[in-house]
Structure formats: C-alpha cells, structure tokens
Design a binder for this molecule. Structure first.
Ligand code: 4AD
Ligand code: MG
Length: 502
C-alpha cells in the first residue's frame, strides 16, 4: 500500500496517493459510492469509495463494516472544503484490520452517565477528542511559559505529612502503619524550593476529598503552582495574567478547528488580553449586594427564558420531521445529534432558571467576611468579558499561610482569578506570611499542631523573604476555554466524589 501519512498532514500531499491507518467513525453508503469518515487520532477525513475502483468483495466488505472497525485506506488526496478537515481521499485500496460489530456509542442519544461508564470508548468521540487535544495544548503552554522565563520545575511529593488547604479535604492513606495523606497542594514544599532556586513551579496531580458534587469539583485534578522569592501581590497578578493570556493564545493558534467543532466562544477568547479586571473583595461584596446586581440577575432570567423557548421550538420541529419520516440516513443522524445537543442545553437552562432566584438571593444577603461562594463567583464572572482578579479577602475566609495586609490587618494579600462567562475561579494564590511569630500564631489559631510544621516555620528563620505564588487548576481552565460546562469532561478518566467510573 501507499506511503502512510497522518490526516493532519494531508495538506502536504494533495494529488498524491497516501495511506491512512485508523478507525471507521461513520459511513454513508449511497448506491455506487460510499462515504467513509475515517479518524486516525490527528483528525477526521472523508474517504470516497467508488464502485468499480476497488475489487467488488472489498467494496461490499466496506459497505457492511461497523462503526469503530480498524482499517487502513489508501487513496489520492484532494482538497474538498465540505470534508471535515478540508481534504478527502479518493480510495484506491483498503485493508480491514478488525471488523467491529455493535459499537455501543452511536450517533443517537446517550446519557452522560452511559458515556462516562463507557469512557474507555467515549474518548474516541469527537467532543472528548477535541477537549483532550486542547488540554494537551494547555499543559504544553503552561510548561513553556514557565520554562521560557527560567523557572525551575520541582516535583513535590504526593504522600505528605501536612495540610495546606484545610484538614477537611484530606485523603488519608496508610503508609506502613503511619497515617499520611495525599497532597492537596505542593505549595509548602515549593516555598522551601523557592528559597533555593528563586523561581520554581510544580505540576502534578492533586487530591481533595471534597464532599461536593458540583460541576467544578474533582477529587483528583491537575494543578500547576509557581512560587517566587522576592515578589509582591502586583507581581503575582502580572504573572498570572501573563500565564493565562499565553495559554489562551496558544489554544487559539493551535486548536482553532477543535474550538470550532466544540462551538467554543472564540470571539470571547480573543478578548483575553491584559489588563484583566481587578476588584478587591470589599468591592466585590459591594457589587454583589447592589441593586444593579439584582437587575442584572432579572435580565439574565429573561434571557434564559427566551433561549429556552427558542430551543423548545426547534426541538418540536425536529421531532415533527422525525415522525414524518422519509429522511436520508445522514439527515437522520444529523437531526439526532442536534436533538441530543438541544436536550442537553435545555437541561442546563432549566437548572439556570431554577438557580437564578436562589443565586440572586444569596448575592443580596452576602456579608463581608464570608468566602465567595460558587454562585457569587458565577455572577461576578458573568458581569465581565475578561477574567476578573478578586484580591484582599478577609483573613478568616482564607488559608493560614496567607500574609496579613500590613495596612489593613483584617484582610490578606491574596487573589483569586475568575474566568469569564460564569466559569468561576481558576486560580487561587497569595503572598505568604513570612514573619515567624505571625505564622506560628496562625497555625495555632487553625488548631494545627505546630510540630508538624517545624520545617515550614524554619523557612521564616533562615533568610525569610517576601514571596508568593498561586495554583491554576488545569481542568477548570480547560472547561472555561472549551466552553464545557462540566469539569468531568476535561480529564480523560475523571474521579468524582460519588463516582469513579473506570
Ligand atoms: O485555591 P486553591 O485551593 O489554592 C491552592 O491550592 C494554593 N495552595 C495554590 C498556591 O497558592 N500554590 O486551588 C487552586 C486551584 C483552584 O483555583 C482551582 O482551579 C483548582 O486549583 N481546584 C480544583 N479543581 C478541580 N477540582 C477541585 N476539587 C479543585 N480544587 C481546587
Ligand atoms: Mg481557591
């Protein structure tokens, strides 16, 4: 057979005969021609098989080949704007490696639970494929950003002896009879490493026994954490802004096709440029409790209702068409896919419509001192087109290691970054308390045993300097960029509080 190539590389082979190794994504027989959609991991390609151009028995075998069968196809490359990737193959030969039967995931409707129970196969579908590729770019962009600036990668341990982010969310493990836990953050170790290398980052899996079943929480997620010696809050905000902009730019340039297939908000992503919005927590609290926010919420509600009506109308039309029958197979499949989409969107709108008054009420009753809740973050992030920094939270709402603002002791020098369009917090960070006595006092106030923190306290005895850092959650970032509402779709094999599928 002809020379093997990748679908992503077809543009360089127009007019030549090449071979693709892949799987049958979909097929549409049409009398004397068959249209096979083949995927090879790098993309999707329409392969046109004409009767008479290949042996009859092969033609027939292809005609009956099941979805996700593995095969190689050879053919001449031709530019074809209507083909998924812009090129198609005029098939000259084919070889079936394994003929699959009754692939469980069809273009028909499947519930999300069914898909996640079949995640080992679902990964091949278009949506998870697009998201997985974007996740890859996000991670690569993060590494490049820090490496290019001279940060040193330090791998912090996964088995740890101390809590960084609150003892309620620790997973315990039995470490040869000694109770240890899985890391919630590499930060404390990273602070030690920053005093050696100056600028460091860690990037690894993170574990939180979060008893919440929201669309924002995983029990195992990936976090990148930079830590810098001699930096102040402004420096940290600039670093975070630079990181987020460079991630978004990379995805826009490397994954535009995937963003388009996902229906992501490309115009919105293009607006992600410095400077981001900056609010103090106190300003955020004032916004949440304002009359303007109540009006904003009412406008949102009527928008949701209008969207719901439009979708219901479209759904009724499609169902009507289905009932009438007489549609071609491809049209039926297209409609089936759209119906699945509409049902998903309607479910989501219904939740939003139900939550709206609750969230409006929560915002109105917000009191200075509380941490921002998920709904408060959603409201603030919906009000802005760009990411929003919220800084200077009340001390009691945040972790023990955050540095008290010396000009206003009620607040700490910290920040959260809220992604736009209601996606909420993607980064949390702070300047660290660098004074020995103050840090010891905070550890005691939290009810932690200072003996466990002896080495962390040591850092404040030997050349303590102003320093700080932040953590960016990979899955939350991917959810925002791809427009995927649920974080469980943003990692290949998600771990959730109530479910570990496979
Ligand atoms: O705000 P968090 O808890 O901050 C820290 O862990 C700091 N020690 C980081 C630092 O300063 N070095 O978590 C940081 C980010 C969040 O903004 C969010 O993106 C993500 O980690 N995150 C989660 N992602 C998915 N599921 C969860 N349960 C998450 N918890 C936090
Ligand atoms: Mg946080």
């Amino acid at each position: 057979m002809a020379m093997k190539t990748w679908i992503s590389d077809l543009r360089n082979h127009v007019g030549n005969e090449v071979r693709l190794n892949g799987w049958l994504y979909n097929s549409r027989p049409s009398g004397k021609v068959q249209f096979l959609i083949v995927r090879d991991g790098t993309g999707f390609c329409q392969c046109v098989v004409e009767k008479g151009k290949i042996p009859d028995d092969l033609y027939e075998a292809l005609e009956h080949l099941g979805q996700e069968s593995s095969l190689s196809v050879a053919g001449i490359v031709r530019a074809e704007p209507r083909s998924p990737g812009g090129y198609e193959l005029l098939v000259t030969d084919a070889r079936i490696h394994q003929a699959a039967k009754d692939y469980p995931i069809t273009p028909k409707e499947h519930g999300i639970d069914f898909l996640l129970q079949n995640r080992h196969l679902h990964l091949r579908s278009r949506r998870p494929w697009c998201i997985g590729r974007i996740r890859h770019t996000v991670i690569d962009a993060i590494r490049r950003f820090f490496n290019d600036q001279g940060f040193i990668l330090v791998d912090t341990p996964i088995f740890t002896t101390i809590a960084g982010e609150g003892e309620q969310t620790l997973f315990e493990v039995d470490y040869f009879g000694q109770p240890l836990h899985l890391t919630q953050t590499g930060q404390l170790y990273l602070e030690s490493a920053a005093m050696s290398f100056g600028r460091v980052y860690c990037f690894g899996p993170t574990f939180r026994a979060e008893k919440s079943k929201t669309r924002r929480h995983l029990t195992e997620f990936w976090m990148v954490e930079p830590e810098v010696a001699y930096i102040d809050l402004n420096g940290l905000l600039e670093l975070a802004e630079g990181l987020v902009c460079s991630i978004v730019q990379r995805v826009l340039s490397d994954n535009r096709a995937e963003l388009e297939m996902l229906g992501a908000d490309i115009a919105g992503l293009e607006k992600v440029r410095p400077p981001f919005v900056r609010l103090t927590y106190t300003q955020a609290a004032e916004i949440l409790t304002s009359q303007a926010t109540q009006e904003f919420m009412k406008r949102q509600l009527s928008e949701f209702q209008a969207q719901k009506e439009a979708l219901e109308k479209e759904l009724a039309q499609l169902e009507e068409q289905e009932k009438k029958g007489g549609l071609k197979k491809w049209q039926q499949e297209k409609n089936a896919r759209r119906i699945v989409e509409i049902r998903g969107d309607l479910d989501e709108l219904e939740t939003k419509i139900q939550n709206n008054p609750k969230h409006a009420e929560l915002a109105a009753s917000f009191r200075w001192g509380k941490d921002l809740g998920g709904s408060d973050e959603t409201i603030l992030s919906l009000m802005h087109e760009k990411p929003v920094f919220v800084t200077h939270y009340p001390k009691e709402a945040k972790a023990f290691y955050m540095k008290a603002d010396r000009s206003n002791e009620r607040v700490v020098e910290n920040f959260d970054l809220l992604a736009p369009a209601g996606f909420g917090e993607i980064i949390g960070g702070s300047v660290r308390e660098d004074d020995y006595d103050r840090l010891l006092k905070r550890i005691q106030e939290e009810g932690y045993n200072p003996q466990n923190y002896w080495w962390y306290l040591d850092l404040r005895k030997y050349g303590s300097v102003p320093h700080g850092g932040f953590g960016l959650g990979v899955e939350r970032t991917v959810a925002w960029i791809t427009g995927e509402r649920h974080i469980r779709q943003c990692i290949a094999f998600p771990r959730l509080m109530d479910k570990v599928y496979l």
